[in-house]
Design a protein around this ligand. Sequence first.
Ligand code: ADP
Ligand code: ZN
Length: 516
Amino acid sequence: MHDARALLKTVFGFEDFRPGQREIVDAVINGRDVLAIMPTGGGKSLCYQLPALARDGLTVVVSPLIALMRDQVRALQAAGVPAAALTSANTPEEQEEIFDALDHGRLKLLYMAPERVAVSGPLLRRARITLLAVDEAHCVSQWGHDFRPDYLRIGDLRQSLGGVQTAAFTATADAETRAEIAQKLFDRPPETFLRGFDRPNLFLAFEPKNQPRQQLLRFVKARKGRSGIVYASSRNKTEVLAKALSDEGLPALAYHAGLDPVTRQQNQDRFQREDDLVMCATVAFGMGVDKPDIRFVAHADLPKSVESYYQEIGRAGRDGAPADTLTLYGLDDIRLRRMQIDESPAPEERKRGDHQRFSALLTLAEAPRCRRMTLLGYFGETLAEPCGACDLCRNPPKLFDATVAAQKALSAILRTGERFGMEHLIAILRGETTEKVAERGHDRLPTFGAGKEFDRNQWRGVFRQLAALGVVWADAERHGAWRCAEAARPILKGEQPLQMRADALRPAKGAGGRAA
Ligand code: ADP
Ligand code: ZN
C-alpha cells in the first residue's frame, strides 16, 4: 500500500487535497462502500483514482461521458499509470489489447461505458477487481434528466463480482436521488459524504502588505492569550517571527523541518497542550496537529494555491467556535511563488497547472465582493448571499465602473478565439508587437492597442477581477486559455454595467509595498 499523500504529489502533482477529498480517499482506501456528493469541479475523480493506485488490484470506473473518459485515461497514462477505456468506440485491436492487459493483470484503472456494463461480467470476473467506482451515479435515477438504463445493471455487475467494494460519485445532492442511488447500487447503506465546503465559523481576510511585521503583530496582539498558527514561507522567517512575537510578550515557538526532531516534537507537544501559544511555522506544521481550539491562522506570506490556503486556514476553529484568519500578500510573494514554480524540476505541463492554481489564489486575494463566495465558487459550490463574515462584507472595497475596460478585455478574448493566455491578450490590448502577436497577425485586430490607458499590471488586475466575478475563466484543458462565461454577454452588449475594485488598478500600491 502506498502513502496517499505521496501519490497525490508524485502522480497528480498536487500539494494538498481539496476540501472533502482526503476523508473520501481514506474511506475508500480502508475498503468502505462510499457515496460521495461533491460539486462539479470539486475533484471527484481523484477520490477513486488515488485509492486505485494506493492498493493492489484493478479499479473499474463506470462513466457515461466518453470524451471525459478518454481525457482521464490520457492524463493517467501520461503520469505513467496503466489505464484504459472500454467503450463501444474501441476498435477490435484496441479491445483485444485491453483484454490482454486485463488477463495479465497489467491495468490499474479500467474505464467502462455504461453499455458495456451488462456484457462485461464474465470478462471482469477473471480480473482481480478491488473497487467498482461509479461516476455520475445519479444516472441511475429514473426520475432524473440523466437517466441511463444501463446504470441499473451496475448492481448486477457488483453482485457477479462477489459484492465488490463500491464507491459512487455525483454532484446531485437532493435527498431522493441520494436514496435512490443507495438503494440501486449498494446492498448495504454506504458511508455517505455530503459536506459543504463552507466553514462559516472562520472569518476570512486578506491584506496587502505595507508594513507586514506590524500588520502581523497587530493581528496576533488583538488575540493575545489564544492559540494560533502563523504560516511563513521560509524556515528562517518562522524563527524571526517567533522571536518578534516573544519580544512583544506573546508566547511563540517556531516549527519547521530544519529543527532537530527533539525540539520539533517538544514544540508541537507544547502547542497541543498549552492554550496561549502561537506557532510560527512552515507548511511542514499541520498534518499531525489535532487541536480543535486553534483560534486563528495568519499567513505572513501567500500560500501556493487556493487548495493550500483552504487547508491551512481550515486548521483553525475545528471546534466550530469562531476563529479568525488573515492572509498577507505582496508583490514579493507573487514573484517568489512564480519563480519557485518556474525553477522547479517539474515538467512544463505541471508548471502551467501550478501557475494557474496560484493565479486563482491571487484572484481570491483581490476579490471584489464577498470572499467566501469567491472561495466556494472556486471549488464549484455556490453561496446564495454574501456571507457577512469576511473582510469584504464588513468593509466593501471602493468600486469603480469598469464596463469599458471589461468590454475591451472580453473582446480581446473573443476575437482571438478564446485560445490565449493573459499575457498575450494584454500585449494585444496594449498594442505591443511581440513575436507571438506578429506571428498570429493579432496586430491587425481592432482590439490591438485599444487598451493603452492601463499598464501591464493594471490589465492583470482587470483580468483577475473578471475571473473573480465569474465573467471569464482560465480553461485548464486548454493550457489556461481565457474563455468567456455566459455572464460576459450582457456586459459586452452594454446591458449590464460592471464594477471592479478601484485598488485592482493600483497594484503597485495595492498589492505591493515593502518586502517583509
Ligand atoms: P469533478 O468533481 O467535476 O469530476 P475533476 O475530478 O474533474 O472534478 O476535478 C476538477 C479539477 O480540479 C481538475 O482540473 C483537477 O485537476 C483539479 N483538482 C482535483 N483535485 C485537486 C487537488 N487536490 N489540488 C488541485 N487541483 C485539483
Ligand atoms: Zn463575505
